[in-house]
Structure formats: structure tokens, C-alpha cells
Write a protein that binds this ligand. Structure first.
Ligand SMILES: Nc1nc2c(c(=O)[nH]1)N[C@H]1C(S)=C(S)[C@@H](COP(=O)(O)OP(=O)(O)OC[C@H]3O[C@@H](n4cnc5c(=O)[nH]c(N)nc54)[C@H](O)[C@@H]3O)O[C@H]1N2
Ligand SMILES: Nc1nc2c(c(=O)[nH]1)N[C@H]1C(S)=C(S)[C@@H](COP(=O)(O)OP(=O)(O)OC[C@H]3O[C@@H](n4cnc5c(=O)[nH]c(N)nc54)[C@H](O)[C@@H]3O)O[C@H]1N2
Ligand code: SF4
Ligand SMILES: [Mo]
Length: 897
């Protein structure tokens, strides 16, 4: 019947990952997979994809998926159940708790990875029908400070600019944004502007990241001190008569207070330099550049938002744009880069506990308006609990029933171990998930609901430039998976709210959401997509990417906001805000002398439930690590490639050490991606303090006082197996995706002889083991064969002579091995000349550092372009170009990189 067609049509959809919101063409292969390419017609990427987007096809397998509803039995074990039973359990469970303890004893915890339609239905159920505003989202950990800053300055949560501004700017300031790794396609657009038009780039980040090229100005600001820098800039602009007095007079209020405060915080360049730790000459250069350049875009992300002073940082930045009138015109403006694919959609529906719906707050007029529109019997009348407070209330037993959708809080919230324990206290924990296990599921759900995943979902997402794009299904729903909006609507119906939740399609939900945005709006609210409220199902299916505002009856002309100088405050004027004097929430102490900064790496996404499935992505930075400055490493006796225990008041981790001069002295950087599922001891969120910004409630994730100490393991090595394996005991391990199997990188204090005993247990009885033990040298190698097929490898050796796995991995990944290769496995080399390419730099073509260095040393390549011609590295998605440039530059000055 449904035989795979030879040339199935490509489906236009949107990338599963970041807020750039790239258009993707997915061509199903008829066997559950798909070929993925960039959509040349999508205005966010014009056909480009980064390494993560390009590898989406490697993440579609169903092995780790939750495919059926599950319910916890009397014996505490999870067992498969019917949708009917699962939905009844959720509906009755919530109704019981509400009846006994009131509406504020229940909560939803949502995510910027939900579709707008999922988000809308969940928000409506809680805020209009349950009668509580306890709906918060992982956007609280992500964009909340930008939202609060926008609302203080503009009276609305508006991102004024568009991506085209990045093509037209002459100065682009990246503040707390590692866009080269986190918004790669946008970063390539910035670099294209630099190359073509000579735009200048300034990067403000305590670390020298991949986003800093040699000729860029890098200001290694002391953690948390951005407000000082931008206060100093405001003072400089005022003192050098660079303010736009006419604009300030016509369109703003608050300059005097903001400037008086800025002078208190940062009276001059010397004071700014002293507090930020940045060289005074570099600060002067930045100030002069900003002053002299009309077309400036200031992009900011988590180095700004995720901070105990995040909202003030946002306003300190916006103050500089408002006071120079550089907003709402081509090539200029403050630009908050959103993280998740639908961070913006979540804000549009009101997914945050302090928003109601459609960019309306909890004023009486808005409550009345939304209540009438929804015909809601039970409107929430005040703000609900924000994420960190919400989980504290769970820990205290005040919240008794929680529904988590599309987020993994037992990894991603501060004090993640405490969060994981708190979840166990709930009377009812419902989790809607794509995967059958993660650290949150491991906390013990009562009901698990299988959700449609990327590739199966159907609805809309909004990117950083307010552009709404369709995510379209190109694969059938597997097992009994269902869209998230469907499960919420089903539960609502079972709670007695059938009329308001009789949805049968995403299109129907979208139309209602669009109608609410326009309801009694008349231009008073920024968010208005009334023009889309009457889309037919066909038109919704065919919808091209569209930017808001899209007001009914108004042509979509210039999509920048504030070009007319009108803002959404009561008096229509923008507000300059006086920030507080910034201070670290907790200064380093003798016990915890360093500051732990946490963030992202190029090829992993959050808790790795999707990106962790791709062998290509796993090759770039395969192990959880901590990066620190050579001086701090020397003081702690740490060596590059060794291990260290990082400790804070809240928890501890053991991570691989990377020593890098790009780190600021006194700072540690550790990625957030590894969890209890993917590593032995790398739950970095467990170390983070639960401190929040006073306005946004967003947690500080970049500056927790920490200590570091060396850890030595006697042996190091790796395991490759066809089935995923876990190690018990005190061994250190990290899981890595490999083709046709699973990999573990390991470190251990058990002697080689003990590993010989473990090999048989690891690979199972009845396999044929080829072994090699050199006890005096502490080296053991085993290859396991089943019917002549290589099914496992275990290599351990002394830490000074760690066996590398590249050649063995290549042999293992090949499905059928010729005899001579089979014999060669234990040598750790291939006889076919499969060279050890070294750590992977280019994920698209699997090109490693050794190959690149060889090409440079043999003079075959002297530039990044040559490397592309000889090895293809960097010629597909371009995500590795920043690293290639560093390697070439390093080789030129004879450095090792
Ligand atoms: N590869 C990849 N890309 C992603 C994601 C991912 O998981 N992986 N996640 C997406 C999501 S949800 C988000 S929110 C974005 C985040 O994107 P980014 O915000 O760019 O990423 P982060 O690495 O969290 O932090 C950015 C930088 O802030 C710096 N920083 C720390 N403290 C300070 C400070 O006090 N001041 C300043 N100026 N800088 C500071 C850090 O050193 C870091 O380099 O990325 C999105 N894109
Ligand atoms: N220390 C520290 N902590 C941080 C950060 C940091 O920089 N430092 N960054 C913060 C930020 S900005 C963010 S955005 C968060 C991200 O943190 P999380 O949201 O916790 O991380 P994810 O791995 O993206 O979790 C998404 C989960 O939802 C599932 N999922 C994906 N799509 C769907 C879907 O459509 N439906 C359903 N039901 N499930 C789905 C996935 O399988 C996965 O388990 O982490 C935050 N935490
Ligand atoms: S930049 Fe990369 S991760 Fe982000 S949307 Fe585009 S392809 Fe996806
Ligand atoms: Mo985020």
C-alpha cells in the first residue's frame, strides 16, 4: 500500500533547535528517516543550516522514544496503559487536588520547545478554567530578563528589530552571546556583513569565545558587570554631546534619573575600567566606536539575561539606544537573541506566570477582556509562581500536582539535585515527553504521556525576529504519540470544560490565538496577528513565514517597531531606567574562590535528548569538561586533559579539564549539557545557586562561587558496544553517540586485571572475546565478536598513555569487517590506513584536528579556504569556521591550539 515513493516531496518545516528559526526541507526516506537540507526560500536562513540543523536526520530514530502512555502501578513500577486511563488519571488527579487544596496547589511547567498551539491551550486551561496562574516555563531560565527589560522600557515585550538589521549595521555589539555556537546561522550573517561591508564587531564576554575573531574588539568584562559598562557608555555619550536631544524630548522619559544613576555607577572611563576589569584603552575604543556609529545593533543573550542583575543589564543597554535615538530604523537597535525555537511564541500566548495572554498582564481590564473572550468561568486574578519559586513551593509541599511538558527541570534548574528530590514529594507528577527516560522522568512520574516530536509535530513557532513559521509533520506519529495540545484539550474536556476545548486541529487553535491577539486591540497592544485569524485549514497548511505585527486590514509594510516614536506605555513614551549599582549576589570566598559560569557548546542542545543521538554531533566535544585559565590551573595543580572536582555550596561534579588562555582568571566555564543519563558525574545544574533577578525572577546561571581540586584516575579508556551500556561503581564515564552502537569514554581506579573480569559481564555470555592484557603496563584490550561480527570493544590503559578511540571507532562503526581488519582491532589501528584524524572540528565532514594540522604542516593548506578545498572542512554549514580560523592563526604564530 504505502510503499516508499522514489522521490517523495520535501516538506517545508522549521529547525527543532535554536531561536534563529531556520527553514528546513525534510525529505522522508520512507523508512522513518529523512534527508535534511536548508530551505533556500526561508528568510531566516536562505538555505543555510548549522551543524545541529544539518544533523537533524541523525536524530529521528525511535529507540529512545516514549511511544505509549504509562502509569505508575501500586508496586511503583511504570506500566503501559491506555490513553483513556492516562487522561482520566490526570484529569481526576488534578480535580481532586484542586477540590481539596484550591487552584493554587497545582501547576504546569512548560517550555519554549512547545508549539504555540500547545502553549496556548495549556495556558488557557490553567489561567481561565483552573483559575490559577501557576503556569511557568523554562523561558523563565532563558528570556525572562529580556521580557522584564522590554516591558520597563517600551511598556510591552517587543523586540524592535529584524535580522535584516544585522546585514545593515556598521557596528554589531554581542553582549553575553556566543552566537558563533548558539545562533550560528545568524552569526554567519554578521560575519558576511563584516566581510562585505566592513562592519565592526565588539564582543563583551568574560571568555574569549568562538564568536571573537582576531580583528574584533573583545572586552572580557568581569562577571555581572555589564551594567557598569553600559552606564559608563551612557555617561560618555552625554559628556561628548552624542545624545539625540530631539528624540529624547519627543519620545522618552527618565533620562535625568538614568544619567544621574549612571554617573554614580560609572563616573568615567577609569572607574568603568576598575569595576569591569577591562583595559581602559579598550573601553575608550568601544565608547568611541559606539559614539561615532549611527547604525549599531546590540545583540544580547544569556550573559545578560541569566544574571542576578539581568533586567538592569537589559535596560542599561536599551538606555544607550534610546538616548541616541537608535531604535526602529534600519541597521540599529537593541536585539535580544532568543534561545529556543518557540521562546517567542511562549511569550505571545502568555506562558509566563506573570503574563496573562497575548501580551496582556494581570490588570483588571485585561483579566476582564481575556475572560470574556475565553468565556472563562474562573479567571486567575494575580500572577503565579515563577519557576524557581514554583519548585521551592513543590519542595515545601505547597504545590501538590504538577504537569511538566517539553522540559527537563531536574537537569536545567538551579540546585538540580534538590529539584529532582522535590519532584518525588508530589502527589501527582505528569510528564509529557518525547523520550522514555531523562533525569526528570527518573524522579518518578505518576503518568507519562507520549508527545509528538519534531518531524511529527504540526503547528507554529516564532523566531527571534518575530517571524512565525510552520513546523510541519513529515513523519507519521509513532506508537501512540499525540500532539501536546491534544492531550491538554482532552484533560480539559474530562475536567468539564468541553465547550472551550473542543479542538480538532492545530489550525483551529491558531485561529483562536490570532483572534485573541486582535480582540479589543485597536493598535493598543504590540502583539497583533489578527490578519491570520481567519485562515482556512488550507491556508494554515500553506502559511509562509510571516512577521508580526500582522494587523487585520493593515498591509504588512515596515515590520520594525517604534519607527514612529510611539511606545506602548500609558503616555506613549519610552522609559530610560535607572539601574541599581551592580554587585555579585555572592562574592568568591576562601572556600569557594572562583566563579562558575555555565553555558553551551557548538554541537549539543541542552540536556542532549535529541542532539545526543547524533554521532556527527557527538564527535566535536565528546566529554563534559571545565575550562579555566592557565594561572588558575597551575594554582590548583591541574593539567589540560586531566580531571577536576568542582564544588559549590550546592553540589559537586567531576569534569575533564581544559586549560585555555581565553578564560578569564578566576572564572570556570562548564557546559550544561550532560545529565545523569549521559555521564557519571556531570550534572552541572546541581552546582548552581538558586539566586534570581528581582524583576524577572530569572535565575543567575553564570556566577556561582566554586572551588576546584584535582582528581586522578589510574586508568583511562573507552567502551564501544552495540547496545547502550552503563557502568556502576566509582568509574567516571561519559556517553557518546557512535554509528551502529553506543560509546562510553571512561576513567577508573580499577586495575587492568579487574577490567579483564568485567569485559565478559559487559558484553554478555556466549560472545567470543579476543583479549590482550599487559598487567605491568596496566593495559587491557578486548574485542567481542558474535557470529564473526564485532559487537564490542573495551580498551583501558594508564592515564599517561590513554588509548585513543578514533581508529577503533571507525572499525566498530563499519558494519562488516574483513578478516584482516578484525585481527587488527586490538592493535588500536586500522590496517586500511584509516588515520587517526584527532578530535573532530568539522562535524559535517568528520574532519579532525590532526588532519587539519597535517594539511597545514605539509603546506597543502595555508588558509581556511585551502582547508576547505583540501579537506572540505567548513564548506557545508560553516559552524566550524571560527575554530578553523583560530587553528590557522595559531599555526601561523607557531602556537598549539
Ligand atoms: N549549540 C547550542 N546552541 C543553542 C543552545 C544549545 O543548547 N546549544 N541553546 C539555545 C538556547 S535555549 C539559548 S537560551 C541560547 C543561549 O545562547 P548564548 O547566550 O549565546 O549562550 P551561553 O553559552 O549560555 O552564554 C553566552 C555567554 O555569556 C557569557 N557570560 C557569562 N557571564 C557573563 C556576564 O556577566 N556578562 C557577559 N557579557 N557575558 C557573560 C558566557 O561566557 C557565554 O559565552 O542558545 C541557543 N542555541
Ligand atoms: N546552569 C545553567 N542552567 C541552565 C542554562 C544555563 O545556561 N546554565 N540555560 C537555561 C536555558 S536558557 C534553557 S532554555 C533551559 C533548557 O533546559 P530544558 O528545557 O530542561 O532542556 P531540554 O533538554 O531542551 O529539555 C526538553 C525536554 O523536552 C522534550 N521535548 C522536546 N520536544 C518536545 C515536545 O514537543 N513535546 C514534549 N512533550 N516534550 C518535548 C525533550 O525530550 C527533553 O526531555 O536550561 C536552562 N538551564
Ligand atoms: S542556527 Fe542552527 S540550530 Fe539554529 S535554527 Fe538554524 S540550523 Fe537550527
Ligand atoms: Mo534558553
Amino acid at each position: 500500500m504505502n510503499a516508499p515513493t522514489q522521490h517523495p516531496p520535501a516538506v517545508r518545516t522549521t529547525c527543532a533547535y535554536c531561536g534563529v528559526g531556520c527553514g528546513v526541507l525534510a525529505k522522508p526516506d520512507g523508512r522513518g528517516g529523512a534527508a535534511i537540507t536548508g530551505d533556500p526560500e526561508h528568510p531566516a536562513n536562505f538555505g543555510r543550516l548549522c551543524s545541529k540543523g544539518s544533523a537533524l536526520g541523525e536524530t529521528l530514530a525511535l529507540d529512545t522514544r516514549l511511544l505509549h502512555p504509562m502509569r505508575r502501578g501500586a508496586d511503583s513500577a511504570m506500566a503501559r496503559t491506555s490513553w483513556d486511563d492516562a487522561l482520566d488519571t490526570v484529569a481526576n488527579g488534578f480535580a481532586d487536588v484542586i477540590a481539596k487544596h484550591g487552584p493554587d496547589s497545582v501547576a504546569f511547567y512548560l517550555s519554549g520547545q512547545l508549539l504555540t498551539e500547545d502553549y496556548y491551550v495549556a495556558n488557557k486551561l490553567m489561567k481561565g478554567f483552573v483559575g490559577s496562574a501557576n503556569v511557568d516555563t523554562n523561558s523563565r531560565l532563558c528570556m525572562a530578563s529580556s521580557v522584564a527589560g522590554h516591558r520597563r522600557a517600551f511598556g510591552s515585550d517587543t523586540v524592535p528589530g529584524t535580522y535584516a538589521d544585522l546585514d545593515q549595521a556598521d557596528l554589531i555589539v554581542l553582549v553575553g552571546s556566543n552566537a558563533a555556537w548558539c545562533h550560528p546561522v545568524l552569526y554567519q550573517r554578521i560575519i558576511a556583513n563584516k566581510r562585505a561591508r566592513g562592519a565592526t564587531i565588539v564582543v563583551i564576554d568574560p571568555r574569549r569565545t568562538a564568536s571573537v575573531e582576531d580583528d574584533d574588539l573583545h572586552l572580557p568584562v568581569a562577571p555581572g558587570m555589564d551594567t557598569v559598562l553600559f552606564s559608563g557608555l551612557l555617561v560618555h555619550l552625554a559628556d561628548t554631546l552624542a545624545l539625540d536631544d530631539a528624540y529624547l524630548e519627543a519620545h522618552t522619559t527618565g533620562l535625568t534619573e538614568a544619567l544621574v544613576r549612571a554617573r554614580e555607577i560609572a563616573p568615567d572611563i577609569a572607574a568603568t575600567a576598575a569595576m569591569t576589569g577591562v583595559d581602559a584603552a579598550d573601553i575608550a575604543r568601544f565608547f568611541a566606536l559606539f559614539r561615532a556609529t549611527e547604525r549599531v545593533v546590540t545583540c544580547y543573550s544569556q550573559g545578560v539575561n541569566q544574571s542576578a542583575q539581568g533586567t538592569d543589564k537589559v535596560n542599561a543597554i536599551i538606555n544607550c539606544h534610546l538616548s541616541t535615538g537608535r531604535i526602529g530604523r534600519p541597521g540599529m537597535g537593541p536585539f535580544s537573541l532568543t534561545g529556543q525555537p518557540n521562546a517567542m511564541g511562549g511569550r505571545e500566548v502568555g506562558g509566563l506566570a506573570n503574563q496573562l495572554a497575548a501580551h496582556m498582564g494581570f490588570d483588571a481590564e485585561a483579566i476582564d477582556r481575556v475572560g470574556r473572550f475565553w468565556r472563562a468561568p474562573n479567571m486567575a486574578r494575580r500572577e503565579g509562581l515563577k519557576a524557581v519559586q514554583l519548585f521551592e513551593a513543590i519542595d515545601r509541599g505547597e504545590i501538590k500536582a504538577l504537569w511538566i511538558m517539553a522540559t527537563n527541570p531536574a537537569v536545567s534548574l538551579p540546585r538540580a539535585d534538590v529539584v529532582q528530590e522535590a519532584l518525588r514529594k508530589l502527589d501527582l507528577l505528569v510528564i509529557s515527553e518525547n523520550v522514555i527516560s531523562n533525569d526528570t522522568v527518573a524522579a518518578g512520574a505518576h503518568v507519562l504521556l507520549p508527545a509528538a516530536a519534531w518531524g511529527e509535530k504540526d503547528g507554529t513557532v516564532t523566531n527571534s525576529e518575530r517571524r512565525i513559521s510552520r513546523q510541519r509533520a513529515f513523519l507519521p506519529l509513532p506508537g501512540e504519540a499525540k500532539p501536546d495540545w491534544w492531550s491538554v484539550a482532552q484533560v480539559a474536556q474530562r475536567m468539564g470544560f468541553g465547550d472551550a476545548f473542543a479542538y480538532h486541529s492545530a489550525a483551529q487553535v491558531f485561529r483562536e490565538h490570532a483572534a485573541l491577539s486582535a480582540f479589543e486591540n485597536d493598535g493598543r497592544r504590540d502583539f497583533d496577528i489578527g490578519a491570520l485569524a481567519d485562515l482556512s485549514d488550507e491556508a494554515f497548511n500553506a502559511l509562509d513565514p510571516v512577521q508580526w505585527p500582522a494587523r487585520a486590514g493593515k498591509p504588512a509594510t515596515d515590520t520594525r517597531f517604534f519607527a514612529d516614536g510611539h511606545f506602548f506605555t500609558p503616555d506613549g513614551r519610552a522609559r530610560l531606567i535607572a539601574p541599581a549599582m551592580p554587585a555579585l549576589h555572592e562574592a568568591p570566598s576562601p572556600a569557594f574562590p572562583l566563579l562558575l559560569n555555565t553555558g553551551r557548546v557548538r554541537d549539543q542542545w541542552h540536556t542532549m535528548t535529541r542532539s545526543g543521538l547524533s554521532p556527527r554531533l557527538g564527535a566535536h566535544l565528546p566529554e563534559p569538561f571545565v575550562e579555566l585559565h592557565p594561572d588558575d590551573a597551575a594554582a590548583a595543580g591541574l593539567k589540560d586533559g586531566g580531571f577536576a572536582r568542582i564544588t559549590t555550596t550546592h553540589g559537586a561534579c567531576i569534569l575533564k579539564v581544559i586549560v585555555s588562555a581565553g578564560q578569564r582568571r578566576g572564572s570556570l566555564f562548564a557546559p550544561i549539557h550532560w545529565s545523569g543519563e549521559t555521564a557519571a558525574t556531570a550534572r552541572v545544574g546541581a552546582l548552581v545557586a538558586p539566586v534570581t533577578d528581582p524583576f524577572s525572577g530569572q535565575p543567575e546561571a553564570k556566577a556561582t562561587p566554586a572551588a576546584i581540586a584535582r582528581v586522578d584516575y589510574a586508568l583511562r579508556g573507552f567502551v564501544l558496544s552495540r547496545q547502550p551500556l552503563t557502568l556502576s561503581g566509582d568509574d567516571w564515564w561519559a556517553r557518546v553517540a557512535v554509528r551502529n552502537g553506543a560509546g562510553l569514554l571512561i576513567a577508573s581506579d580499577e586495575p587492568a586485571s579487574a577490567w579483564r573480569g568485567r569485559a565478559a559481564t559487559l558484553f554478555g555470555d556466549g560472545v567470543e572475546l579476543a583479549e590482550y592484557l599487559d598487567a605491568p603496563r596496566q593495559s587491557f584490550r578486548a574485542a567481542a565478536f558474535e557470529n564473526g561480527r564485532l559487537i564490542g570493544c573495551l580498551f583501558v590503559g594508564p592515564a599517561e598513555a590513554t588509548p585513543t578511540w578514533d581508529a577503533v571507532k571507525t572499525l566498530f562503526e563499519a558494519d562488516a569487517l574483513p578478516d584482516r581488519q578484525r585481527r587488527a582491532v586490538l592493535s588500536g589501528r586500522s590496517t586500511d590506513g584509516v588515520a587517526d584524524t584527532g578530535p573532530i572540528v568539522c562535524a559535517c565532514f568528520g574532519v579532525g584536528l590532526t588532519s587539519i594540522r597535517d594539511a597545514i604542516e605539509s603546506a597543502a593548506a595555508i588558509s581556511v579556504d585551502d582547508i576547505g578545498r583540501h579537506l572540505r572542512a567548513g564548506t557545508n554549514c560553516g559552524s566550524c569556521l571560527p575554530e578553523l580560523r583560530k587553528i590557522v592563526a595559531g599555526a601561523k604564530v607557531g602556537e598549539t591550539v
